[in-house]
Ligand binder design. Structure first.
Ligand SMILES: *Cc1c(COP(=O)(O)O)cnc(C)c1O
Length: 428
């Protein structure tokens, strides 16, 4: 740790050079204002640490929102990327390329799936799933069987169809008319599901742990009940594992925490490319023949460079060593949160599994997740929020003891400062 950084940690003040201020101002002026990026320029990363242009160091507990699960600057990923970069970048889906074929095979070998559709993002993977579900029902049962059941608080993406699948009004406002054929019901509520599902249902799309919706896990037995209802109504069982999948919770897929479930479709993206854009829809035997030639496609989907990197990502994320680290660091993070809670009493509950954790703020702290995140940043640790009341932790899955401890020390400094502000000793 540099002297400047020690200083930063103590005061919670970041240094900012003129170049940073100029870049931030240009970004604020030139980006469509749909985001509100923090006023810093991230420049470099190594493992679970990042540095901004001014040399301020951050411990990364967000992993680019569950994307950089192997941290920053992994030499094996960089090697796979540059090897493929000097061979072939793009071929279109008129042809095969080795890394893409191998990745498809390895994803199937690792999962319930027997076929894969590649795309570039989570929303596109869910779009493919929605189209597959409708096509499958129209071929096997008729065109009236076209409804997709999703859950309140869920998140499935920002395209017009996936935002409609996302049962949260705040994401819909002003974007109508939205496509028909989506039905929402309460999460973890089997009776509500029974009321929503029927002969018109072609699929149920569900996150095993709701991420954006506040890190809300499916209760024991809920996913099994969903699976059972899907079978009973000839509806496809589709898990959105875009955030929870690829070992984030300590198993390859979060649905595997519940015994005996075999999905029809699982969508993944985020962590698959280690930071490169790639998504995939995995389909099991009953549904995998549905999308026949001409029915669906993507120009960039199955990009050879992304696939070459994803093969290494998948191998590393599946290793016993990594899965053990997720469990170990998840427990350590929970212990640190519990100790901090004893001191400051700010947490109502810690939800989630493995390294997908949400600290739900207590009533006295409600609405302060964003503010606490900003104080954290000034103290050199990047955390996420999931709504106004949940501080979300999605650190790299290979995070070390030292990185986690350092990040939690910084988090403690931030909570201490925020607690002072709450007691009326207003800061700044
Ligand atoms: C992030 C996310 C998506 C959307 O992925 P994009 O790559 O942003 O399109 C969909 N579902 C879940 C559960 C997600 O967390």
């Amino acid at each position: 740790m540099t002297m400047a950084d020690q200083q930063t940690r103590k005061t919670g003040e970041l240094t900012q050079a003129p170049e940073t201020r100029e870049l931030v101002a240009t970004g604020q002026r030139r980006y469509v204002p749909n985001y509100a990026p923090k006023e810093m320029i991230l420049d470099r990363g190594e493992g679970a640490r990042m540095w901004d242009l001014d040399g301020n160091e951050y411990v990364d507990f967000g992993a680019g929102i569950s994307v950089t699960s192997l941290g920053h600057g992994d030499p094996e990923l960089a090697e796979a990327l540059s090897a493929q970069a000097s061979r072939l970048w793009h071929i279109s889906n008129l042809y095969f390329a080795e890394p893409v074929v191998r990745l498809a095979d390895e994803l199937c070998e690792a999962s319930f799936a027997d076929r894969v559709f590649f795309c570039n993002s989570g929303a596109e993977a869910n779009e493919a799933a929605i189209k597959l579900a409708r096509k499958h029902a129209s071929v096997h049962h008729g065109a009236e069987k076209n409804e997709i059941v999703t859950f309140q608080g869920g998140f499935h993406g920002r395209t017009i169809a996936t935002v409609t699948a996302t049962a949260q009004p705040k994401y819909h406002e002003g974007f109508g008319p939205l496509p028909e054929g989506f039905r929402y019901c309460d999460y973890n509520d089997v009776a509500a599901l029974d009321a929503a599902i029927g002969e018109r249902t072609c699929a149920v799309l569900v996150e095993p742990i709701q991420g954006e919706g506040g890190v809300v896990p499916a209760e024991d037995g809920f996913l099994a009940a969903v699976a059972e209802r899907c079978r009973a109504h000839d509806a496809l069982l589709m898990f959105d594992e875009i955030q929870s999948g690829l070992s984030r919770t300590g198993r390859l897929f979060a649905y595997q925490w519940e015994e005996g479930i075999v999905p029809d479709v699982v969508t993944i993206a985020k962590a698959l490319g280690g930071g490169l854009p790639i998504g995939a829809m995995l389909a099991g035997a009953g549904a995998s023949e549905t999308l026949q030639p001409g029915s669906h496609g993507s120009t960039f989907g199955g990009n050879p460079i992304a696939a070459a990197v994803a093969r290494v990502v998948l191998r590393k994320l599946r290793s016993d060593e990594l899965l053990a680290n997720v469990e170990r660091q998840g427990e350590r993070l929970r212990k640190r949160l519990a100790a901090l809670h004893n001191e400051f009493g700010f947490i109502a509950e810690v939800r989630g599994k493995g390294l997908m954790l949400g600290a739900v703020l207590r009533d006295e702290w409600s609405g302060r997740a964003g503010e606490l995140g900003e104080v954290c940043r000034r103290h050199g640790v990047l955390v996420l929020q999931a709504g106004p009341d949940v501080v979300r932790f999605l650190p790299p899955l290979n995070i070390t003891d030292a990185e986690l401890d350092d990040g939690m020390d910084r988090f403690a400094d931030a909570v201490r400062e925020a607690a002072k502000a709450e007691q009326g000793t207003e800061i700044g």
